[in-house]
Design a binder for this molecule. Structure first.
Ligand code: ZN
Ligand code: ZN
Length: 395
């Protein structure tokens, strides 16, 4: 059972002690909890019940999910064995890759950039294709995935974040799917505006028939297409294209929540955990530039530069825009990005490397930043020297 907080004081003190380790966003949350305590007694007791940043909520394991994941991983190891032992037809290997790409893009270009963040708009044919692709990935319905993701951004690294990285790598990676959700997720999730997605009949249809659709797209299609089109065995289709491919897509997506929230640089905002992680960018089709993404989540590139080799999803969205199926692509202008880099970056942005090597040699070097020069104090200055100095500056 979750420990019951008996007084507001207890909550406030636990919150205060954690502030030092939290990001700007979390501090705002703390303030929100505080202001609600002064606003009304009802809100006060809600904040008491579901603290956002304590560490005391016990982990309640959902054994059904654990059993499913154990089965999936054993089946995937057999799928990998079929691949490594040369038991697969070449068409089957390509089919595995195509299903991986489709599922991946369904998550990155569809669920993530289109539906969760609204960073661009898509016409009907593209929305239908992305819905099919998203269903192949089996990562919950578009509606549920997007709500979880909006909560993840809004309450990042708190109890209301479904894969709160403060609970460690394994929890952020897949542990969160093996245990009961923290009540704060449900509470904050209910406050997230989902009206845009709820107005879309395709999304609501997929939500309503999600389980049969997911079984059809992720198990039946990848198992039987290789059998009927090029005479592959049932075992190869099922264990490689369905199970192994599914397991890989899951782990590559999960790395965004685990590795990219724990390891990497913070050139845009050093106050948040999400980081720039090239490995994750490659395996997750361009979603590893996570410090940029959490700083500017409405940018369709989810990265500042978005070179195609590290951002296949950008290539996909750009291509769709060229044929007219994607439009209204949102992106952040360079000067706004640079202002943010200067204000909150950790100094690892490439623009810093173009700067002088080392530092200025001393007073009078043109490389002393103007602001630093203006604020530098001169002690015991002689009046005549001061006049000469001012005159030479004016000259
Ligand atoms: Zn996101
Ligand atoms: Zn994130």
């Amino acid at each position: 059972m979750p420990p019951a907080h008996t007084s507001v004081k207890t909550v406030t003190s636990s919150v205060t002690s954690s502030v030092v380790h939290q990001s700007e966003g979390s501090v705002k949350l703390v303030n929100r909890v505080r202001s609600s305590t002064s606003e009304s007694e009802v809100k006060q007791s809600e904040s008491e019940q579901i603290p956002l940043i304590d560490q005391t909520f016990p982990t309640i394991i959902v054994w059904r999910n654990v059993a499913l994941f154990i089965y999936l991983h054993i089946a995937s190891i057999y799928g990998a064995y079929l691949l490594l032992s040369g038991s697969l037809m070449w068409q089957t290997i390509i089919a595995g890759f195509v299903f991986y790409l489709m599922g991946g893009l369904g998550i990155t270009a569809g669920c993530h950039r289109l539906w969760a963040h609204k960073s661009y708009k898509a016409k009907l044919p593209l929305r239908l294709i992305l819905t099919l692709c998203q269903t192949i990935a089996v990562q919950n319905s578009i509606h549920e995935w997007s709500r979880d993701h909006r909560v993840h951004h809004k309450y990042s690294e708190t109890n209301a974040d479904p894969h709160n990285a403060k609970r460690g790598f394994f929890f952020a990676h897949m542990g969160w799917l093996c245990c009961k959700k923290h009540p704060a997720i449900k509470e904050k999730g209910a406050g997230i505006d989902m009206s845009d997605l709820e107005a879309d009949p395709i999304i609501m249809f997929q939500k309503k028939y999600y389980i049969p659709l997911a079984i059809f797209c992720s198990v039946i299609l990848p198992t039987f297409i290789p059998m009927f089109f090029w005479g592959e065995s049932f075992l190869a289709g099922y264990f490689f294209v369905a199970q192994f491919r599914f397991c890989m897509t899951l782990h590559f997506t999960w790395f965004v929540n685990s590795a990219a929230h724990l390891w990497g640089q913070h050139p845009y905002d050093k106050n948040i955990n999400p980081a720039e992680n090239k490995f994750v960018a490659v395996v997750a089709l361009g979603e590893g530039w996570h410090n940029y993404h959490h700083t500017f989540p409405w940018d369709y590139k989810t990265a500042e530069l978005g070179h195609y080799q590290y951002n296949y999803t950008k290539f996909f969205v750009d291509t769709m825009a060229k044929i007219g199926w994607a439009y209204d692509l949102k992106t952040v202008p360079k000067n706004i990005v640079m202002q943010r880099v200067q204000r909150t970056g950790d100094g690892t942005h490439p623009s810093h490397h173009n700067h002088i090597e080392g530092g200025p040699w001393g007073w009078g070097d043109k490389d002393i930043p103007c602001k630093d020069a203006a604020l530098t104090e001169t002690l015991y200055s002689l009046e005549e020297d001061h006049l000469i100095d001012s005159a030479s500056k004016q000259g």
